[in-house]
Design a protein around this ligand. Structure first.
Ligand code: THG
Length: 361
């Protein structure tokens, strides 16, 4: 197998030495930054995540910081989600759209204060878009990418491990809320969130130099909990229906097609509002079960209904717990409801498949 040539453009993170020491097997590149994809292998990593606790270097989830008098105004212009409901100790998952209603990113937004928000971005150069909007509208804000690196602690034993390092206060943090807790005298945002459904936390590590000390402290404190280095797991995230921007959803799709309509509820003006409301849509994200042995999903797999194209598969993998191949597809909303028998064409040929309603709820 060929490897990626290391260079400055492909950024390392504060936790890279820990990831390497743990024996990372493969990486992807996300926001121009290294992101591990496998340590042991997808299946072992998956069972371990669902049983124990893992430390994830997700520093690639870069923070776009918006500060200043117009910060809230700008956030409301960018977001179809009702941000009047976002409290000062809270995070919101938000679809972000362009003027035509197409998805540009699906970050987690964090309200730090009246005049400060962090946008924890998915894999698109979303800082550039925010900067363009702010400059064009002459808003009174500064926009930058601070030295803040998310570290995720995920898995059923995550709360016990976090309590050993940050104290019992972590136990009272509610889902998608945060507290500012001390690590080595430095206040850091600790949220109950993360890119898995196995429960967990994200620490927004404030300062590169705190990265490895925190990594090591968590690893040492969790030995008897069988803590390991991990990463977002392909199998677990498809089972859980967590979308991957750039894979499952792109600018071609509205939040409705992405299955994110519950996050479109802003009553105020936002960029693209009218076009989003006017734009018709006939496709939607659905869970799909594919028969037979499938290769890795590194290209769109066409989906057929009675021999006619009816959509695409964008992510797929074998799930040991569900004992079938789980997939995410964008299919015709009317012609392919749950239960529809379809066919999927992979690089290895045709497979019988079924639109499902069961793995996500
Ligand atoms: N954490 C942080 N930043 C991120 C991600 C993250 N940025 C990039 C990427 N991941 C964004 N994508 C998602 C997708 C789903 C969720 C979070 C980020 C998620 N969704 C919950 C769910 O679907 O159940 C619920 C969200 C809600 O109710 O508001 O967790 O993982 N910091």
């Amino acid at each position: 197998m060929a490897t990626i040539t290391p260079s400055i453009r492909i950024r390392r993170t504060p936790f890279s030495p820990g990831v390497e020491k743990a024996g990372v097997k493969s990486y992807t590149v996300y926001n121009h930054t290294l992101l591990a994809t496998e340590f042991d292998n997808y299946v072992e990593d998956y069972h371990h995540l669902k049983r124990d606790v893992q430390i994830w270097d997700v520093a690639c989830e870069k923070q776009v910081r918006i500060q200043g008098f117009d910060a809230e105004k700008l956030m409301k212009l960018l977001s179809p989600r009702d941000l009047t409901k976002l409290h000062q100790d809270q995070c919101f998952y938000i679809p972000m759209i362009d003027k035509n209603g197409g998805m540009l990113n699906d970050p987690v937004a964090i309200k730090i204060g009246i005049n400060e928000y962090w946008v924890s971005i998915a894999d698109s150069d979303y800082l550039l878009y925010i900067l363009g909007v702010a400059d064009a509208l002459k808003l009174n804000v500064t926009i930058d990418e601070p030295d803040i690196s998310p570290l995720a602690v995920q898995g059923p034993k995550s709360e016990d491990l976090m309590a050993r390092v940050f104290g019992n206060e972590v136990r009272s943090i509610k889902f998608f809320r945060y507290k500012k807790l001390l690590f080595e005298g430095r206040k850091m945002i600790v949220a109950r969130s993360g890119y898995s459904k196995q429960s967990g936390f994200e620490i927004y590590v404030d300062g590169f130099e705190y990265g490895m000390p925190l990594w090591d402290k968590l690893m040492n404190a969790g030995r008897d909990l069988n803590v390991r280095a991990g990463c977002p797991n392909l199998i677990e995230r498809i089972e859980s229906g967590l979308l991957s921007y750039g894979n499952d959803v792109t600018r071609e799709h509205t939040p409705f097609e992405a299955g994110l309509s519950k996050y479109v509820d802003s009553k105020e003006e936002f960029l693209g509002k009218l076009n989003l409301q006017k734009r018709s849509f006939n496709k939607i994200i659905r869970p799909i079960e594919i028969d037979g042995e499938i290769p890795s999903c590194d290209r769109h797999w066409p989906v057929f209904l009675n021999g006619k194209r009816t959509g695409i598969i964008t992510s797929a993998v074998y799930s040991p717990d569900f004992n079938c191949n789980v997939a995410i597809g964008m299919v015709d909303i009317e012609k392919a409801p749950a239960g529809t028998q379809i066919e999927v064409e992979t690089q290895n040929g045709f497979h019988k498949a079924q639109v499902n309603s069961q793995f996500w709820n």
